[in-house]
Design a binder for this molecule. Structure first.
Ligand code: OOG
Ligand code: MG
Length: 261
């Protein structure tokens, strides 16, 4: 696929995000042979466009790191994308649903690194030794594709459905936490919708950060210090509607919540 087609698909997907309209995945039409590599090239072009519009990258995110997510979306490999400044919502805030097409929420554990992490060969222990803080988060995902129906290259091209992010206000250093043993509960209007553990995320959420460093190393890039990193949904994602009160509680990390209005 030439750069013209990469650019055209990036324009198409970025346009769908801005217009809040769902579109057919490129692998259905017009790019049935779309490869993972091309998916990342389209994602990179969308990121360039957002930066050119004045938006700032908040941090990298890993996606499809748990069995629950892989099964739900019918894909098999972790992927990465980027969250942006305009996606951030505060804990306890009211989020307008008009910003989204068909939002879903998922509980995640976030990391902030002390120093840049350069792969390849990064291990969980190296990540933990280099972690400044961990925090609880709710990611609001909003695939631009009809019914969240996509292949791995499609979802990579769509910047891994990134759309919103609510970060908890309790930050902890990882030393005294067994991040794999922590349980997470996602409730909507007080009703439990999904349960997960830290171990659901590639065995341990720090493995997701290591994986990110090792994937970025293939492009000669590193995971930057100081940026919030999302490690991927600990449970399947759950659809939300206007008026929902969404809460995630993670053992040892506290609660993060918002109202969708
Ligand atoms: C892709 C987004 C994946 C996660 O945490 O697994 C993701 C999707 O499910 O639409 O953010
Ligand atoms: Mg996610």
């Amino acid at each position: 696929m030439g750069t013209d087609r990469i650019k055209a698909l990036a324009d198409f997907l970025h346009g769908a995000e801005k217009k809040r309209t769902e579109v057919l995945r490129p692998s259905a039409d017009p790019a049935p042979d779309l490869t993972l590599e091309e998916g990342y090239l389209i994602q990179e072009e969308i990121i360039r466009q957002k930066l050119a519009e004045g938006h700032k990258i908040l941090g990298p995110k890993m996606g499809l790191t748990s069995d629950a997510k892989m099964k739900q979306m019918n894909v098999t490999d972790p992927i990465y994308g980027y969250t942006f400044d305009y996606m951030v919502e505060n804990h306890g805030s009211t989020v307008m649903i008009d910003r989204f097409i068909h939002p879903k929420v998922e509980p995640e554990i976030g990391f902030i690194l002390k120093q840049d992490l350069q792969g390849p060969g990064i291990t969980r222990a190296q990540v933990l030794a280099n972690t400044a803080f961990v925090f609880p988060a709710i990611e609001i995902i909003d695939s631009r594709y009809e019914n969240f129906n996509f292949t791995l290259p499609d979802v990579v091209a769509d910047n891994t459905s990134a759309a919103g992010l609510v970060m908890g206000t309790t930050i902890k250093t990882p030393e005294n936490l067994e991040l794999d043993a922590l349980g997470a509960v996602l409730t909507i209007n007080g009703e439990v919708k999904a349960l997960g553990t830290g171990a659901a995320v590639l065995g341990h959420p720090a493995n997701a950060v290591a994986r990110l460093a090792n994937m970025l190393a293939l492009k000669g890039e590193k995971v930057p210090a100081g940026q919030p990193i999302l490690t991927g949904g600990m449970t399947e994602a759950v659809r939300i509607e206007r008026g929902d009160f969404v809460s995630v509680k993670i053992d040892g990390l506290g609660e993060v919540s918002f109202i969708m209005a």
